[in-house]
Design a protein around this ligand. Structure first.
Ligand code: AMP
Length: 278
């Protein structure tokens, strides 16, 4: 497995593979890897000849007061895990090279980024879309793999790739969960033992909502169910919303396909999750 740290070396590697008709699969991450990430590697390996993983904690997607400095950085463990899962090249660029002082170009994907996480994290998806576009231009992957856990991010990237005619397929991978249903996340390690127990109520409430949805309950009833269930347990809900699965617009009636998306805080830790409704 190669470790590439400069844009030039990554571009050179990509050019060589493309010349040899190798299909490049790509998994962008911020590191602190877990089984959610390795599921993306496995999906990529099944479809592509060469697998690139990038590890970059992207400063431009963190707002003031968010956890950029505290975000877990576990590069040695990450590289060992990547090797074990058949990654061919790990790209670990520097912020200085990706964002030189002259940097002035940003990508804003409208509408899809404005609700849900976009409300409490203004500028987050602008940072995400911009870094993903930059990394796509450097790596030039045939297919890039994203987790459904970050559903709004997935839909934002799909929109960007379509709108900007980027020649990369986007492949969505289902959320990998702990045994009790909690979605794996690099941020789960911030949770105390008590908070971790509480966190299991999030997927439980989402599953209840999916069950109620099959009985044709209204989005409002479903949202109220989640708020009641989690607030009673002391979980602070940022949003719990039933939205159109493609546009992420709030729904007044359950039309297919719909998604229930949630963000909440347990202690100082912000957790997100979502479930398909129909
Ligand atoms: P990050 O954790 O922000 O580095 O995410 C890198 C990629 O891994 C994104 O496409 C995420 O959606 C994906 N990912 C993170 N957690 C999970 C999970 N539990 N299941 C599936 N994909 C995940």
């Amino acid at each position: 497995m190669k470790t590439l740290t400069t844009i030039e070396s990554m571009q050179e590697q990509s050019r060589t593979w493309r010349k040899d008709d190798q299909r490049i699969g790509y998994v962008p991450t911020m590191g602190a890897l877990h089984a959610g990430h390795t599921a993306l590697f496995d999906a990529a390996r099944a479809q592509c000849d060469q697998l690139v993983l990038s590890i970059f904690v992207n400063p431009s997607q963190f707002g003031p007061g968010e956890d950029f400095d505290a975000y877990p950085r576990t590069q040695d463990d990450d590289i060992a895990l990547a090797k074990k899962h058949g990654v061919d090249a790990v790209f670990t660029p520097s912020a200085a090279e990706l964002y030189p002082q002259t940097f002035r170009t940003w990508i804003d994907v409208h509408e899809i980024t404005e609700g849900l996480c976009g409300i409490d994290r203004p500028g987050h998806f602008r940072g995400v879309a911009t870094i993903v576009c930059k990394l796509f231009n450097i790596i030039r992957p045939n297919t890039a793999f994203f987790g459904e856990k970050d559903y709004q991010q997935l839909k934002t990237i799909e929109r960007m790739v379509t709108d900007l005619h980027i020649d990369t397929n986007i492949c969505a991978v289902p959320t990998v969960r702990e045994e009790d249903g909690l979605a794996l996340s690099s941020r789960n390690r911030y949770l105390s033992r008590e908070e971790r127990t509480l966190a299991a109520l999030i997927p439980e409430a989402l599953q209840e909502v999916a069950n109620l949805a099959s009985l044709e309950q209204s989005p409002q009833t479903l949202q109220t169910h989640i708020y009641k269930r989690l607030s009673a347990a002391g979980i602070d809900i940022e949003y719990a919303e039933v939205v159109d699965a493609q546009t992420l617009e709030p729904l007044n009636a359950l039309t297919s396909p719909a998604r229930c998306c949630i963000a909440c805080r347990i202690g100082n830790t912000r957790l997100i999750d979502n479930i398909a409704l129909c």
